[in-house]
Design a protein around this ligand. Sequence first.
Ligand SMILES: [Fe+2]
Ligand SMILES: [Fe+2]
Length: 148
Amino acid sequence: MVTTVGNETELDELVEDLVKLDFAAIEAYDAAIERLSKPEYQRQMREFCDDHRDHTQVLGTWLREHGRTPPDSGGAKQLLTKGKVIIAGLAGDKPVLQAMKSNEDDTNIAYERAIKHEEADGLRPVFEKNLSDERRHRAWIESAIAML
Ligand SMILES: [Fe+2]
Ligand SMILES: [Fe+2]
């Protein structure tokens, strides 16, 4: 299942869903970090997780400025292909990294859609910055998998 986040018509709904998606990613990262054996992997994944936290904060501020209460978790709906529950059931660095790669496919798709939103305007630089983070995350995970 590929994420549907990014297809929202209303900009504030899109931003709200992006915040949820970033929280779902944080939750998946937390589960992954617990399961990875190599300290080098854990360190890198913590850094990526912090980028997702930044995404939730910047977009959360925008939501508040627009009279909305930002989400504070990924919520009950499954937003990622390999969410925290699936990650929690995995063993071994390769399966965990492969699952996180699928999740970064989702975050990349969502932000690629977001930058194309007709009303993105002032938010476009934020979406572009976040997309460049997501691209970097996916590229690193792909190269780590390739070396296993
Ligand atoms: Fe993110
Ligand atoms: Fe990411």
